[in-house]
Design a protein around this ligand. Structure first.
Ligand code: KG4
Length: 339
Protein backbone atom coordinates (compact mmCIF):
# COMPACT_ATOMS: atom_id res chain seq x y z
CA UNK A 1 0.00 0.00 0.00
CA UNK A 2 1.33 3.41 -0.85
CA UNK A 3 2.02 6.01 1.83
CA UNK A 4 0.61 9.47 1.08
CA UNK A 5 1.62 12.35 3.34
CA UNK A 6 0.25 15.88 3.45
CA UNK A 7 2.88 18.33 4.72
CA UNK A 8 1.99 21.74 6.17
CA UNK A 9 4.52 24.52 6.74
CA UNK A 10 3.59 27.77 8.50
CA UNK A 11 6.58 28.63 10.68
CA UNK A 12 7.29 32.13 9.37
CA UNK A 13 5.75 34.09 6.49
CA UNK A 14 5.08 31.39 3.88
CA UNK A 15 1.99 29.21 3.98
CA UNK A 16 2.75 25.98 2.19
CA UNK A 17 1.20 22.55 1.65
CA UNK A 18 2.59 19.57 -0.22
CA UNK A 19 1.59 15.99 -0.99
CA UNK A 20 4.26 13.31 -1.17
CA UNK A 21 3.49 9.72 -2.11
CA UNK A 22 6.11 7.04 -1.38
CA UNK A 23 8.80 9.72 -1.25
CA UNK A 24 7.81 11.29 -4.58
CA UNK A 25 6.45 14.84 -4.61
CA UNK A 26 3.01 15.19 -6.20
CA UNK A 27 2.46 18.85 -5.34
CA UNK A 28 4.06 21.75 -3.45
CA UNK A 29 2.02 24.95 -3.13
CA UNK A 30 3.50 28.07 -1.49
CA UNK A 31 1.70 31.34 -0.71
CA UNK A 32 4.08 34.15 0.25
CA UNK A 33 3.03 37.24 2.21
CA UNK A 34 3.77 40.63 0.65
CA UNK A 35 2.19 42.46 3.59
CA UNK A 36 5.56 42.53 5.45
CA UNK A 37 7.51 44.42 2.79
CA UNK A 38 6.29 47.80 4.01
CA UNK A 39 7.71 47.09 7.49
CA UNK A 40 11.21 45.92 6.54
CA UNK A 41 10.74 42.57 8.26
CA UNK A 42 8.16 39.94 9.20
CA UNK A 43 5.42 41.25 11.53
CA UNK A 44 4.35 38.18 13.55
CA UNK A 45 0.72 39.20 14.10
CA UNK A 46 0.21 39.99 10.41
CA UNK A 47 1.90 36.68 9.50
CA UNK A 48 -0.49 34.59 11.59
CA UNK A 49 -3.52 36.43 10.17
CA UNK A 50 -2.29 35.83 6.62
CA UNK A 51 -1.73 32.13 7.43
CA UNK A 52 -5.35 31.92 8.59
CA UNK A 53 -6.52 33.31 5.27
CA UNK A 54 -4.18 31.15 3.19
CA UNK A 55 -4.23 27.78 4.86
CA UNK A 56 -7.49 26.34 3.45
CA UNK A 57 -6.94 27.46 -0.18
CA UNK A 58 -3.29 26.34 -0.08
CA UNK A 59 -4.09 22.86 1.30
CA UNK A 60 -7.03 22.44 -1.11
CA UNK A 61 -4.82 23.41 -4.04
CA UNK A 62 -2.04 21.01 -2.95
CA UNK A 63 -4.53 18.12 -2.80
CA UNK A 64 -6.05 19.12 -6.14
CA UNK A 65 -2.68 19.45 -7.91
CA UNK A 66 -1.61 16.08 -6.50
CA UNK A 67 -4.64 14.58 -8.24
CA UNK A 68 -5.77 12.75 -5.11
CA UNK A 69 -8.76 12.79 -2.79
CA UNK A 70 -8.14 13.73 0.85
CA UNK A 71 -9.45 10.31 1.89
CA UNK A 72 -6.25 8.85 0.37
CA UNK A 73 -4.01 10.64 2.90
CA UNK A 74 -2.11 8.33 5.28
CA UNK A 75 -1.05 11.09 7.72
CA UNK A 76 -0.71 14.84 8.20
CA UNK A 77 2.79 16.19 8.91
CA UNK A 78 3.12 19.74 10.21
CA UNK A 79 5.92 22.05 11.33
CA UNK A 80 5.75 22.14 15.11
CA UNK A 81 8.72 24.51 15.51
CA UNK A 82 10.94 26.43 15.70
CA UNK A 83 9.30 29.52 14.31
CA UNK A 84 6.81 32.26 15.12
CA UNK A 85 4.31 31.07 17.71
CA UNK A 86 1.17 32.54 16.13
CA UNK A 87 2.14 31.28 12.67
CA UNK A 88 2.93 27.78 13.94
CA UNK A 89 -0.40 27.69 15.80
CA UNK A 90 -2.33 28.08 12.54
CA UNK A 91 -0.62 25.11 10.86
CA UNK A 92 -0.70 22.98 14.00
CA UNK A 93 -4.40 23.63 14.65
CA UNK A 94 -5.30 22.99 11.03
CA UNK A 95 -3.33 19.71 11.04
CA UNK A 96 -5.18 18.60 14.18
CA UNK A 97 -8.59 19.37 12.69
CA UNK A 98 -7.79 17.53 9.47
CA UNK A 99 -6.23 14.50 11.20
CA UNK A 100 -9.19 14.20 13.56
CA UNK A 101 -11.78 14.50 10.81
CA UNK A 102 -10.03 11.95 8.56
CA UNK A 103 -9.09 9.62 11.43
CA UNK A 104 -5.40 9.60 10.43
CA UNK A 105 -2.23 10.13 12.51
CA UNK A 106 -0.40 13.41 12.98
CA UNK A 107 3.37 13.75 12.61
CA UNK A 108 5.27 16.66 14.14
CA UNK A 109 8.21 17.97 12.14
CA UNK A 110 11.18 20.03 13.27
CA UNK A 111 11.64 22.84 10.75
CA UNK A 112 15.45 22.57 10.78
CA UNK A 113 15.44 18.80 10.32
CA UNK A 114 13.04 19.35 7.41
CA UNK A 115 15.47 21.79 5.72
CA UNK A 116 18.16 19.07 5.85
CA UNK A 117 15.84 16.31 4.61
CA UNK A 118 14.79 18.49 1.64
CA UNK A 119 17.70 16.70 -0.05
CA UNK A 120 15.62 13.51 -0.10
CA UNK A 121 12.61 14.92 -1.97
CA UNK A 122 12.17 13.06 -5.23
CA UNK A 123 10.39 14.82 -8.08
CA UNK A 124 10.14 11.59 -10.09
CA UNK A 125 10.46 7.97 -8.91
CA UNK A 126 13.80 7.76 -10.79
CA UNK A 127 15.31 10.76 -8.95
CA UNK A 128 18.51 9.52 -7.28
CA UNK A 129 20.49 12.53 -6.15
CA UNK A 130 20.37 12.25 -2.36
CA UNK A 131 23.45 12.26 -0.11
CA UNK A 132 24.59 9.05 1.59
CA UNK A 133 24.92 8.84 5.37
CA UNK A 134 26.84 10.16 7.14
CA UNK A 135 27.01 13.57 5.49
CA UNK A 136 27.63 17.12 6.65
CA UNK A 137 24.99 19.76 6.05
CA UNK A 138 25.55 23.49 6.20
CA UNK A 139 22.18 24.87 7.23
CA UNK A 140 22.02 28.59 6.55
CA UNK A 141 18.82 30.58 6.87
CA UNK A 142 17.53 33.86 8.24
CA UNK A 143 17.57 32.49 11.78
CA UNK A 144 20.21 29.73 11.77
CA UNK A 145 23.75 28.95 10.69
CA UNK A 146 24.71 25.44 11.65
CA UNK A 147 27.00 22.62 10.61
CA UNK A 148 25.10 19.38 11.12
CA UNK A 149 26.47 15.85 11.02
CA UNK A 150 23.64 13.81 9.58
CA UNK A 151 23.99 10.15 10.59
CA UNK A 152 20.50 9.04 9.51
CA UNK A 153 17.08 10.55 8.73
CA UNK A 154 16.35 10.74 12.45
CA UNK A 155 19.87 11.16 13.83
CA UNK A 156 21.44 14.59 13.44
CA UNK A 157 24.16 16.23 15.52
CA UNK A 158 24.72 19.99 15.47
CA UNK A 159 28.51 20.25 15.61
CA UNK A 160 28.73 24.01 15.12
CA UNK A 161 26.36 26.96 15.14
CA UNK A 162 26.28 30.70 15.30
CA UNK A 163 26.87 32.27 18.68
CA UNK A 164 25.10 35.48 17.61
CA UNK A 165 23.63 36.48 14.23
CA UNK A 166 22.83 34.03 11.42
CA UNK A 167 24.33 34.33 7.92
CA UNK A 168 20.95 35.42 6.50
CA UNK A 169 20.66 38.06 9.22
CA UNK A 170 24.06 39.46 8.21
CA UNK A 171 22.75 39.90 4.66
CA UNK A 172 19.38 41.25 5.80
CA UNK A 173 20.72 43.72 8.37
CA UNK A 174 23.49 45.11 6.15
CA UNK A 175 21.00 45.42 3.27
CA UNK A 176 18.61 47.27 5.53
CA UNK A 177 21.16 49.97 6.47
CA UNK A 178 21.94 50.41 2.77
CA UNK A 179 18.20 50.93 2.14
CA UNK A 180 17.93 47.86 -0.08
CA UNK A 181 14.65 46.54 1.38
CA UNK A 182 13.69 43.22 2.95
CA UNK A 183 14.64 40.42 2.68
CA UNK A 184 18.07 41.73 1.76
CA UNK A 185 19.78 38.47 0.81
CA UNK A 186 18.48 38.20 -2.77
CA UNK A 187 19.16 41.93 -3.46
CA UNK A 188 22.70 41.73 -2.07
CA UNK A 189 23.25 38.65 -4.24
CA UNK A 190 22.07 40.44 -7.39
CA UNK A 191 24.19 43.56 -6.78
CA UNK A 192 27.19 41.46 -5.70
CA UNK A 193 27.28 39.86 -9.15
CA UNK A 194 28.12 43.30 -10.58
CA UNK A 195 30.67 44.36 -7.94
CA UNK A 196 34.26 43.78 -6.85
CA UNK A 197 34.48 41.32 -3.91
CA UNK A 198 37.90 42.70 -2.95
CA UNK A 199 36.88 46.38 -2.86
CA UNK A 200 36.34 46.43 0.93
CA UNK A 201 37.80 44.33 3.74
CA UNK A 202 35.47 43.52 6.65
CA UNK A 203 36.46 41.77 9.85
CA UNK A 204 36.23 38.00 10.21
CA UNK A 205 35.72 36.17 13.51
CA UNK A 206 38.37 34.12 15.28
CA UNK A 207 36.44 31.69 17.42
CA UNK A 208 37.44 28.12 18.13
CA UNK A 209 35.77 24.95 16.87
CA UNK A 210 33.02 24.87 14.27
CA UNK A 211 30.93 27.74 15.66
CA UNK A 212 30.08 30.82 13.66
CA UNK A 213 29.78 34.50 14.49
CA UNK A 214 28.47 37.22 12.18
CA UNK A 215 27.92 40.16 14.51
CA UNK A 216 31.54 41.39 14.16
CA UNK A 217 31.17 41.47 10.38
CA UNK A 218 27.95 43.44 10.74
CA UNK A 219 29.63 45.96 13.08
CA UNK A 220 32.63 46.36 10.80
CA UNK A 221 30.28 46.88 7.84
CA UNK A 222 28.39 49.60 9.78
CA UNK A 223 31.63 51.35 10.81
CA UNK A 224 32.82 51.41 7.20
CA UNK A 225 29.54 53.03 6.13
CA UNK A 226 29.64 55.54 9.00
CA UNK A 227 33.24 56.63 8.28
CA UNK A 228 32.84 56.86 4.53
CA UNK A 229 29.43 58.61 4.67
CA UNK A 230 31.10 61.44 6.61
CA UNK A 231 33.37 62.07 3.63
CA UNK A 232 30.76 61.48 0.95
CA UNK A 233 26.98 61.45 1.58
CA UNK A 234 26.48 59.50 -1.68
CA UNK A 235 28.96 56.82 -0.68
CA UNK A 236 26.37 54.00 -0.47
CA UNK A 237 24.71 54.80 -3.79
CA UNK A 238 28.07 55.00 -5.57
CA UNK A 239 29.51 51.86 -3.99
CA UNK A 240 26.57 49.54 -3.31
CA UNK A 241 27.71 46.92 -5.82
CA UNK A 242 31.21 46.70 -4.35
CA UNK A 243 29.82 46.80 -0.80
CA UNK A 244 27.46 43.90 -1.58
CA UNK A 245 30.16 41.90 -3.37
CA UNK A 246 32.61 42.35 -0.47
CA UNK A 247 29.94 41.53 2.13
CA UNK A 248 28.84 38.40 0.27
CA UNK A 249 32.44 37.23 -0.22
CA UNK A 250 33.16 37.66 3.50
CA UNK A 251 30.03 35.73 4.58
CA UNK A 252 30.89 32.89 2.18
CA UNK A 253 34.50 32.85 3.35
CA UNK A 254 33.43 32.58 7.01
CA UNK A 255 30.95 29.79 6.19
CA UNK A 256 33.34 27.76 4.03
CA UNK A 257 36.33 28.07 6.39
CA UNK A 258 34.55 26.25 9.21
CA UNK A 259 32.97 23.76 6.85
CA UNK A 260 36.40 22.88 5.40
CA UNK A 261 37.69 22.35 8.93
CA UNK A 262 34.75 20.01 9.74
CA UNK A 263 35.22 18.03 6.51
CA UNK A 264 38.91 17.61 7.27
CA UNK A 265 38.52 16.66 10.95
CA UNK A 266 35.58 14.31 10.47
CA UNK A 267 36.81 12.93 7.15
CA UNK A 268 33.34 13.19 5.61
CA UNK A 269 33.36 14.44 2.03
CA UNK A 270 29.61 14.19 1.38
CA UNK A 271 28.59 17.82 1.94
CA UNK A 272 25.16 19.39 1.52
CA UNK A 273 23.84 22.92 1.91
CA UNK A 274 20.30 23.87 2.92
CA UNK A 275 18.13 26.82 3.99
CA UNK A 276 17.24 30.17 2.45
CA UNK A 277 20.83 31.41 2.08
CA UNK A 278 21.68 28.33 -0.02
CA UNK A 279 19.89 30.20 -2.84
CA UNK A 280 22.95 32.50 -2.90
CA UNK A 281 24.79 32.06 -6.19
CA UNK A 282 28.19 32.87 -4.66
CA UNK A 283 27.72 30.19 -2.01
CA UNK A 284 26.56 27.67 -4.61
CA UNK A 285 29.66 28.46 -6.70
CA UNK A 286 31.86 28.04 -3.61
CA UNK A 287 30.38 24.55 -3.10
CA UNK A 288 31.08 23.60 -6.71
CA UNK A 289 34.59 25.01 -6.43
CA UNK A 290 35.25 22.95 -3.27
CA UNK A 291 33.92 19.85 -5.04
CA UNK A 292 36.50 20.35 -7.76
CA UNK A 293 39.36 21.45 -5.55
CA UNK A 294 39.01 19.09 -2.57
CA UNK A 295 37.07 16.19 -4.06
CA UNK A 296 33.90 16.87 -2.06
CA UNK A 297 30.66 15.33 -3.25
CA UNK A 298 28.30 18.27 -2.94
CA UNK A 299 24.51 18.49 -2.77
CA UNK A 300 22.89 21.82 -3.61
CA UNK A 301 19.09 22.01 -3.44
CA UNK A 302 16.85 23.26 -6.22
CA UNK A 303 15.92 26.91 -5.65
CA UNK A 304 12.33 25.98 -4.81
CA UNK A 305 13.53 23.81 -1.90
CA UNK A 306 15.94 26.36 -0.39
CA UNK A 307 13.37 28.66 1.20
CA UNK A 308 10.48 27.51 3.38
CA UNK A 309 8.29 24.90 1.67
CA UNK A 310 6.01 22.09 2.73
CA UNK A 311 7.62 19.41 0.51
CA UNK A 312 10.49 19.23 3.02
CA UNK A 313 7.92 18.81 5.82
CA UNK A 314 6.09 16.09 3.88
CA UNK A 315 9.31 14.14 3.14
CA UNK A 316 10.32 14.31 6.82
CA UNK A 317 6.79 13.16 7.66
CA UNK A 318 7.18 10.28 5.21
CA UNK A 319 10.31 8.94 6.95
CA UNK A 320 8.74 9.41 10.38
CA UNK A 321 5.62 7.58 9.15
CA UNK A 322 7.79 4.62 8.15
CA UNK A 323 9.08 4.58 11.76
CA UNK A 324 5.51 4.96 13.11
CA UNK A 325 6.72 8.12 14.83
CA UNK A 326 3.37 9.84 15.41
CA UNK A 327 2.54 12.64 17.84
CA UNK A 328 -0.34 13.09 20.26
CA UNK A 329 -3.29 15.26 19.31
CA UNK A 330 -2.43 17.75 22.07
CA UNK A 331 1.02 18.59 20.58
CA UNK A 332 1.68 22.31 21.06
CA UNK A 333 3.99 24.39 18.86
CA UNK A 334 7.39 25.48 20.15
CA UNK A 335 9.19 28.67 19.11
CA UNK A 336 12.85 27.86 19.76
CA UNK A 337 14.90 24.68 19.78
CA UNK A 338 18.01 23.12 18.29
CA UNK A 339 18.00 19.74 16.59
O1 KG4 B 1 15.27 29.52 5.23
P1 KG4 B 1 14.64 30.84 5.01
O2 KG4 B 1 13.70 30.99 3.86
O3 KG4 B 1 13.84 31.35 6.25
C1 KG4 B 1 14.13 31.13 7.55
O4 KG4 B 1 15.06 31.80 8.08
O5 KG4 B 1 13.46 30.25 8.11
O6 KG4 B 1 15.84 31.89 4.86
C2 KG4 B 1 15.60 33.26 4.66
C3 KG4 B 1 16.95 33.93 4.56
C4 KG4 B 1 16.86 35.45 4.57
O7 KG4 B 1 17.82 35.95 5.47
C5 KG4 B 1 17.20 35.85 3.14
O8 KG4 B 1 17.80 37.12 3.03
C6 KG4 B 1 18.15 34.74 2.76
O9 KG4 B 1 17.58 33.58 3.31
N1 KG4 B 1 18.32 34.60 1.30
C7 KG4 B 1 19.47 34.85 0.67
C8 KG4 B 1 19.23 34.64 -0.71
N2 KG4 B 1 17.92 34.25 -0.87
C9 KG4 B 1 17.39 34.22 0.39
N3 KG4 B 1 20.66 35.24 1.14
C10 KG4 B 1 21.65 35.44 0.25
N4 KG4 B 1 21.50 35.26 -1.09
C11 KG4 B 1 20.32 34.86 -1.61
N5 KG4 B 1 20.18 34.69 -2.92
Amino acid sequence: MSVTILGIESSCDDTSASVIRDGVMLSNVIAGQVVHEAYGGVVPELASRAHQQNIIPVVSEAIKRAGIDKSELSAVAFTRGPGLMGSLLVGTSFAKGLALSLGIPMIEVNHLQAHVLAHFIKETPEDEHSPSFPFLCLLVSGGNSQIIKVNAYDDMEVIGQTIDDAAGEAFDKCAKVMGLGYPGGPVVNRLANEGDPKAFAFSKPHIPGYDYSFSGLKTSFLYTLRDRLREDPDFIEKNKRDLCASLQATVIDILMNKLRKAVKDLRIKEVAVAGGVSANSGLRDAFLDHAERYGWKVYIPKFSFTTDNAAMVAITGYYKYMDKDFCPIDAAPFSRVVI
